[in-house]
Design a protein around this ligand. Structure first.
Ligand code: MLT
Length: 265
């Protein structure tokens, strides 16, 4: 991991490979580690740039709230610090996708194309909102255990849980080492994120959506509807995968990302 200091704050980022820059933005409450199968495979043909977002992994923790816009600004500054001038392919999963909408809005000139995995444009409804506030209070007072119990069962397809328990354990460990203040700040930021559905018809970049057929958080119906709202977007539906499709079925997802980039780079 490289340590990059931006405005006096430390950020950690994995950079590997050469070629077209592919920025991989992780979900909540995770770190760059969720992209390990993509890092290993895609660095053969691309320059993969895989940060720990603010408050996650080993990067600087900011208590309170971090908005999706602030995460997106961090990423733009990170690209500056790495002197990446070429337009990037932005690939985000779930919260990484929420941040992606803000990156499109505020840093459009940095973008070549988009890959949006297991994510949503809708804002939180009242139930999700209230759960976010409860989870934030709980992680701050009790640590990560309860949040892990709540989140982990929602992340994977049933087959992943039985056939690849090591993946579930890897993600449990990533969550266990997450900083409660960083996790709470992400929850507060997600809670106030706006509905971004109106942005979809305006997207004029090559766009690939990826969804696990068993995703319980960003459902296949919701992602089909998002994909149909973006002009000329492609959609990969991944069998035997849930919310963590790139980690659960890396061979299928990597092959599709490679084919998508071969067509557009
Ligand atoms: C994620 O994977 O980033 C989370 O499920 C996002 C969310 O809680 O909405």
């Amino acid at each position: 991991m490289l340590k990059i200091t931006i405005n006096g704050e430390p950020f950690f980022v994995k950079v590997a490979g050469e070629g077209h820059p592919l920025l991989l933005v992780h979900g909540f409450p995770l770190s760059h580690a969720m992209w390990q199968p993509q890092i290993e495979n895609l660095q053969r043909n691309f320059r993969v740039i895989v940060p720990d977002l603010r408050g996650c992994g080993k990067s600087i923790v900011t208590p309170g709230k971090v908005t999706m816009e602030e995460y997106a600004d961090d990423l733009a500054m990170l690209l500056d610090a790495l002197e990446i001038e070429e337009r990037v392919t932005y690939c985000g999963l779930s919260m990484g996708g929420y941040i992606g909408w803000q990156f499109i809005r505020n840093h459009r000139d940095r973008l070549h194309s988009l890959i949006l995995c297991d994510t949503r444009t809708a804002a939180d409804d009242a139930i999700v909102l209230s759960n976010r506030h409860k989870m934030a209070a709980n992680v701050l007072s009790e640590g990560m255990q309860q949040a892990i119990k709540t989140m982990l069962p929602k992340l994977f397809a049933s087959q992943t849980r039985t056939d690849q328990p090591e993946i579930v354990e890897t993600i449990r460990n990533v969550m266990l080492t997450s900083d409660p203040e960083g996790v709470a700040a992400a929850l507060m930021g997600m809670a106030e994120r706006p509905d971004m559905t109106d942005l979809l018809p305006e997207i004029d970049l090559p766009t690939l959506f990826v969804v696990g057929e068993e995703d319980l958080i960003s459902t296949i119906e919701e992602m089909r509807s998002m994909a149909s709202a973006v002009p000329n977007a492609e959609l990969l539906e991944v069998a035997q995968a849930g919310h963590m499709a790139p980690l659960e079925q890396p061979a299928v997802v990597n092959a599709e990302i490679q084919a998508f980039l071969n067509r557009h780079v």
